[in-house]
Design a protein around this ligand. Structure first.
Ligand SMILES: *[C@@H]1O[C@H](CO)[C@@H](O)[C@H](O)[C@H]1NC(C)=O
Ligand SMILES: *[C@@H]1O[C@H](CO)[C@@H](O)[C@H](O)[C@H]1NC(C)=O
Ligand SMILES: *[C@@H]1O[C@H](CO)[C@@H](O)[C@H](O)[C@H]1NC(C)=O
Length: 177
């Protein structure tokens, strides 16, 4: 009796597995990459670990074709991430880009996880008013920062999306206002 029930359940389980569509994995594309220059650390040993407090002093990024796209301007940017006792690094940074095409700016803030001074990855929230780059405003972006010589390299990836959804949501906003 019990084994009949088990067989019955096994058949149902197999049927469910056969019909379950695997969720498609997110697809990313390379947006831009380049050197990111970080200044001297001004560490604070706090309750959460070592808070970095380092200025972002420069850098630049090129697009997927290798063409210079923007300068990372010194001044507004800083890394305020924390290194936990076990060495896990939680980046918490802001940086400002100036686009080569029109000299307009992009604000980026970053939160992620990694190993301090080795590599980390972060979610990048981007805001820009550059007509050329404003399609990135509603893009989910992640980045990979790898420390090496002569400079750390930052690489931004955007999740691939159908740009037409941008216009659908604009239409919805207009409908409800
Ligand atoms: C980008 O930054 C690197 C490192 O500072 C520098 O060597 C390079 O000349 C810069 N490229 C541009 C186009 O500004
Ligand atoms: C991060 O960047 C480094 C250097 O560019 C590369 O070797 C590594 O594969 C990248 N990691 C991911 C997850 O993209
Ligand atoms: C979305 O639009 C941008 C800018 O026109 C373009 O570079 C990008 O390839 C487009 N992406 C898709 C998935 O169509």
């Amino acid at each position: 009796m019990q084994s009949t029930l088990l067989k019955f359940l096994a058949v149902i389980l197999l049927a469910v597995l056969a019909y379950a569509e695997p969720a498609p994995l997110p697809q990313f594309e390379l947006l831009f990459s380049g050197p990111l220059l970080v200044g001297e650390f001004n560490p604070v040993s706090g309750l959460l670990g070592t808070r970095i407090n380092a200025p972002i002093v420069g850098g630049n990024v090129s697009d997927a074709a290798g063409n210079y796209a923007a300068t990372i301007i010194p001044g507004p940017g800083a890394e305020h991430g924390v290194v936990a006792a076990d060495g896990t690094f939680f980046p918490d940074a802001r940086m400002t880009l100036q686009w080569a095409v029109d000299q307009r700016f992009a604000y980026i803030d970053a939160l992620g996880v990694g190993i301090a001074g080795v590599r980390d990855m972060f979610y990048a929230h981007l805001e820009t008013d550059s007509p050329t780059w404003e399609y990135l405003n509603n893009r989910f972006i992640i980045a990979n920062l790898t420390f090496g010589e002569p400079t750390p390299i930052v690489t931004f990836f955007g999740i691939k999306m159908d740009n037409s959804s941008l216009y659908t949501s604009t239409a919805l906003v207009q409908q409800t206002s």
